[in-house]
Ligand binder design. Structure first.
Ligand code: NAG
Ligand code: NAG
Length: 317
């Protein structure tokens, strides 16, 4: 899991769609994945594409440090609870985002479950449509080894694991450990998980705000990479649970988190607002063609006109 969210560069180039809409689309925030950084070329290309597909889109790439290196480091190290709180402050104080009636959100890999946490815990400015790609909504049960032995930040993160996944020491410092989830160690997970067990409302006491905020989404598109061997298990992108001994997959709709609607996923699904989508290929293998389609589908709604009126009504009810 230690290099999962890295966008190298977009694979193919096609002319972008131009939309005829003259109104300004909602701003878009992007939270990148592990090992990536906000100034990376691949992300800048994604931001540019979002602007081309829906002209006038204001794009904000979330970052946890002003320096590119510091931002990359924060994908490996830190207390995710504190990182999400920092992002809540960042979005609420950013002049354009904070005055927009709503924003759209795109999360790559771990950035997907972190954006979901932003929605559940803060959601100000509120998210209209959320798209997550190759995210680990139901956690990982395997840490991916570092891509290169010369990546000292990644190696340092890996080294932390010798203190034990469930130790407070690791849970407050190693980012991927905070969404590690193994059903064979479920008690330790429930007790010690600093991030995932909380935002998935898995503990006895449920946080009503998490559900209230998540059901306010207009649409939640969950994209899974069909051949993903980096984020293990890949089905986590759809909130499915996998038994790593038997390989048996329990889909979201068969799980208590859904049946008892701990997060509002069932509500969203019954309203036709929860999309289970597949992208061919390996983790984060994105093409311009695919992103163009996704941006046109999810991020074209404009500020102003009937859309805005409808949106404000849903938010205030
Ligand atoms: C992570 O940060 C939060 C907020 O400061 C704190 O309550 C929590 O105890 C920290 N987690 C660990 C494992 O130290
Ligand atoms: C996982 O599958 C194995 C083998 O079928 C089974 O023995 C075990 O109880 C399963 N674990 C869970 C948590 O269901």
């Amino acid at each position: 899991m230690l290099r999962s969210g890295h966008i190298i560069s977009l694979l193919s180039v096609i002319p972008a769609l131009a939309t005829a809409d003259s109104e300004t689309p909602l701003p878009l925030v992007i939270w990148h994945g592990l090992g990536d950084s906000y100034q990376a070329e691949g992300l800048q290309e994604v931001a540019q594409l979002a602007e081309e597909v829906n002209p006038g889109t204001y794009v904000h790439i979330i970052h946890l440090d002003e320096s590119d290196g510091g931002d990359r480091q924060a994908t490996f190290f830190g207390n995710v609870t504190e990182q999400v709180a920092q992002v809540c402050d960042q979005l609420a104080s950013e002049p354009i985002l904070s005055t927009a009636p709503a924003i759209n959100a795109l999360g790559f890999s771990q950035g997907g479950q972190f954006l979901r946490a932003y929605i559940e815990q803060c959601n100000s400015p509120p998210v209209h449509n959320l798209v997550t790609m190759g995210s680990q909504h139901n956690g990982i049960f395997k840490f991916q080894s570092c891509a290169s032995s010369g990546d000292w930040v990644c190696r340092g993160a890996e080294a932390l694991l010798r203190y034990g996944t469930w130790s407070d020491f690791v849970q407050s410092r190693l980012v991927p450990a905070q969404y590690f989830r193994d059903v064979e160690e479920y008690d330790s997970y429930l007790k010690q998980s600093n991030f995932l067990a909380d935002i998935n409302n898995e503990r006895e006491e449920k946080n009503a705000l998490y559900k209230k905020n998540l059901v306010s989404l207009n649409r939640f598109g969950m994209f899974m990479f069909a051949e993903d061997t980096t984020a293990v298990p890949k089905e986590s992108a759809w909130f499915a649970e996998v038994n790593q001994t038997s390989g048996e997959v329990t889909t979201l709709r068969e799980r208590p988190i859904y049946k008892e609607d701990w997060l509002g996923l069932r509500t969203l699904d019954e309203q036709g607002k929860l999309d289970f989508e597949t992208i061919p290929g390996q983790h984060m293998q994105l093409t311009e063609k695919l992103l163009t389609e996704v941006f046109a589908e999810y991020f074209s709604s404009a500020v102003g006109g009937d859309d805005l009126a409808r949106f404000l009504l849903t938010q205030s009810s």
